[in-house]
Design a protein around this ligand. Structure first.
Ligand code: NAD
Ligand code: ZN
Length: 345
């Protein structure tokens, strides 16, 4: 089968012929139809310090995907051949304290598909049946491929009730833009999105942001003035990983404000901890998706709201055939894009 592979420890990727993965008794084999590109895939191509410390080549990369089930293991009961499915990219251990308490997103031994084991930038991928999310047959295939990042956005945005709250989202990458659509759907009063890119802020506007802020020209304090806000934001979703964005948030939250942090910083940074304390802020780190409450919530938002479905679909700005993977990676790297999807069908 075709597989986009990290063959040796070092920069680069190759589209090569690899044996099809074998389906174990509790596994499901999926014929990949679409797969989404994520920042992780760019890090793997670059072979940065994180990739070098994490990955053991040869490895097929890719973890955002949608496809058709073509084989099930003998112990598999709730997934059938012919089902259309997306995959949860985190495989949990099942035996740690959190797993056994049903808090699988907090697993201490999480393995990443396309990072710690072969992934989905290939004709076929094998995953445990427990990681399969069966999709409605009429779901658009491209949408099916973005449930992983949509799940990151959903898990982050639904940390606290949003009805009537003033919400700020820092970072208008694909996940930040999806989060703007969720905040709108979940009843926020104002949804403000910041980024350094006008292209990406336009995507956030299309997704339902009331106001966008290009932080190279304006600050969140300016945004508050434009909207006539007096006290500060109630909820923040940090989706840039940029230290200046976090500092700007800390100074623009209302007392008791809540900040959910999804964006991964490149290195350690300083914060004004005095303000965190005296403004009584809550900071919460977010990783992955809740298994499978997040999947349930996003599926119902997609199923019940035309507006929401359209907003998420519009985040997908570029589609490439698998053979055009180099162009797809260049596009993702340029930042002049929303979500980039590879067609493996
Ligand atoms: P992305 O890199 O496409 O988007 C980040 C955006 O932040 C970019 O558009 C960038 O221009 C913007 N930005 C940079 N500096 C900024 C600043 N000072 N203020 C506001 N915006 C700024 O990433 P994405 O795919 O949308 O993912 C969002 C973040 O979440 C990334 O940091 C990613 O690594 C992280 N992530 C975390 C998890 C998790 O489980 N915790 C999962 C997926 C992604
Ligand atoms: Zn576990």
């Amino acid at each position: 089968m075709r597989a986009l592979t990290k063959l040796t420890a070092g920069p680069g990727l190759e589209l090569v012929d690899r044996p099809e993965p074998q389906c174990g008794p509790a596994d499901v084999k999926i014929r990949v139809l679409r797969a989404g590109l994520c920042g992780t895939d760019l890090h793997l191509q670059d072979w940065d310090d994180w990739a070098a410390a994490t990955v053991q080549p040869p490895l097929i990369i890719g973890h955002e995907f949608y496809g058709e089930v073509v084989e099930i293991g003998e112990d598999v009961e709730h997934v059938s051949v012919g089902d259309r499915a997306s995959g949860e990219g985190h495989i949990v251990c099942g035996v740690c304290r959190n797993c056994r308490a049903g808090r699988r997103h907090l697993c201490i031994g999480t393995q990443g598909i396309g990072v710690n084991r072969d992934g989905a930038f290939a004709d076929y991928v094998v995953i445990p049946a427990s990681n399969v999310w069966v999709q409605p047959r009429d779901l658009d295939a491209d949408l099916g491929a973005v449930f992983d990042p949509l799940g990151n956005a959903t898990h982050t945005a639904l940390q606290w009730p949003m009805v009537g709250e003033d919400v700020v989202i820092t970072g208008a990458g694909p996940i930040g833009v999806m989060a703007a659509a969720i905040a709108r759907h979940a009843g926020a009063r104002y949804v403000v999105v910041s980024d350094t890119s006008d292209y990406r802020l336009r995507l956030a506007e299309a997704a339902g942001a009331d106001l966008t802020v290009n932080v190279t020209r304006e600050s969140l304090a300016d945004a508050q003035r434009h909207l006539g806000m007096r006290e500060g934001f109630d909820i923040a979703l940090e989706m840039s990983g940029a230290a200046p964005a976090v500092s700007d948030l800390i100074t623009n939250m209302n007392h008791g404000g809540r900040i959910a942090l999804l964006g991964l910083p490149h290195e350690a940074y300083d914060l004004d901890w005095g303000k965190v304390i005296t403004h009584m802020l809550t900071l919460k780190g977010i990783y992955g998706r809740e298994m499978f409450d997040t999947w349930y919530a996003m599926s119902q938002m997609i199923a019940t709201s035309e507006r929401f479905r359209t907003a998420v679909t519009q985040v997908i700005t570029h589609r490439f055939r698998a053979e055009q993977w180099e162009e797809a990676f260049e596009t993702a790297r340029s930042g002049q894009c929303g979500k980039v999807v590879l067609d493996w069908s």
